[in-house]
Write a protein that binds this ligand. Structure first.
Ligand code: GLA
Length: 366
């Protein structure tokens, strides 16, 4: 395993806080943004930056050993800061990844109001979510551990949340993501990684010919604002049935209300789990390159987002435009709006408890 640590292209710290596009004032803080390169014995390379705790690059072999970067993103911090429509490329999202209806919830009778940054709803932690902050970073065996203290009241959330995510790369071509957190006041936590994949290589055309399998018999229908209705619907006979491997494009254009609300796939699947250990949630296969991504997790659900908001305006690290549906996310998590769905698995973390969850992206070929 080799580590290369370099500073990412400098930007003004003011931009980190506001998302502006100006450059260069308080240079001192720039040096805190780093990019870590992990390489395993097979030559697989994964790059991680502490700006947003994000994966900036995943270089993986195809069936003939040809390497390609299979995740969307930029080669400068500025790229991430200035990306229009905030695609969350590669980042950790939270404190609550995904949506909370009207940005409101209560714990033990205390009501909380969060930033509403997605219409009337809260999405991916709000205006200054975990994707927009600089995390602490330390090199650990085979990887990097990133830490962040989300303050009591940040974006409206209760409790000082001490959070870490440790990324490691194994010689089995697995990116292991281990999240841990504690709090000093009851709060909600639901963090996940928001990497976009195109197994033909980032910048390649649509992912609609990728073949996807999701181990889930039910999904959670949503309203127009993509807030779960509370229903848990059988996938049988719907475009949401990925129990057997299916090309993503196959049922994409069917006349289904849910597909209209999501503008395609932007939904949450309830995983068919045997227990609470590491289990395969989804397998993605790109037939031409032979590349396979397996998502293994302890989490109960999976958001499959088909890149419906990509429209060619974002130009990525290799100079290619990210066209409509040219990348997809497989985000392991608890279902959207769980804080307001008391019967669903709890997302509450209390003082004295330890939030501890692992997800793996495993690469192979066939
Ligand atoms: C998520 C959401 C999508 C979209 C993307 C970011 O996965 O579910 O609706 O907001 O993030 O573009």
């Amino acid at each position: 395993m080799k580590y290369i640590v370099k500073s990412m292209v400098p930007v003004a710290v003011g931009c980190l806080l506001t998302g502006c596009a100006t450059s260069g004032v308080r240079m001192k803080a720039f040096s805190s943004i780093r990019e870590y390169t992990l390489k395993n014995k097979n030559g697989m390379i994964v790059k991680i930056t502490n700006y947003g705790a994000r994966i900036t690059s995943i270089v993986a072999p195809d069936r003939d050993g040809n390497m390609a970067d299979v995740t969307l993103g930029y080669d400068s911090v500025e790229g991430y800061i200035n990306a229009i429509d905030r695609p969350y490329f590669g980042s950790v999202v939270g404190r609550y990844g995904n949506r909370i209806g009207k940005g409101r919830f209560s714990i033990d009778g205390a009501e909380y109001e969060l930033a509403t940054n997605n219409g009337e709803n809260h999405l991916h932690g709000g205006n200054m979510g975990f994707d927009k902050v600089v995390w602490g970073a330390e090199v650990v065996e085979n990887g990097v551990k990133l830490t962040y203290l989300a303050k009591d009241g940040e974006e409206g959330y209760p409790g000082n949340l001490k959070l870490s995510v440790t990324y490691t790369l194994t010689d089995d071509n697995e990116i292991v993501m281990h999240y841990e957190a504690t709090t000093d006041k009851a709060t909600v936590v639901n963090v996940t990684n928001h990497a976009y994949f195109n197994l033909a290589g980032e910048g390649a055309a649509t992912i609609n010919d990728h073949v996807l399998q999701i181990n889930a018999s039910r999904f959670t229908p949503v309203d127009e604002g993509l807030i779960t209705t509370g229903e848990q619907r059988d996938v049988k006979g719907t475009p949401f049935d990925f129990r057997k491997p299916k090309a993503i494009g196959k049922d994409l254009e069917t006349d289904d209300e849910q597909m209209k609300f999501g503008l395609g796939y932007d939904h949450n699947w309830l995983l068919d789990r045997k227990g609470d250990g590491m289990e395969t949630a989804a397998v993605l296969h790109e037939p031409k390159s032979g590349r396979i991504l397996e998502v293994i997790t302890e989490e109960p659900a999976l958001q499959f987002y088909g890149g419906n908001f990509l429209d060619g305006r974002l130009v990525g690290k290799s100079g290619r435009a990210y066209e409509h549906r040219s990348g997809l996310c497989l985000e392991t998590q608890h279902s959207p709006d769980s804080p307001n769905k008391p019967d669903w698995p709890s997302v509450i973390l209390r003082p004295g408890e330890q939030y501890d969850t692992t997800t793996i992206y495993k690469f192979s070929t066939k």
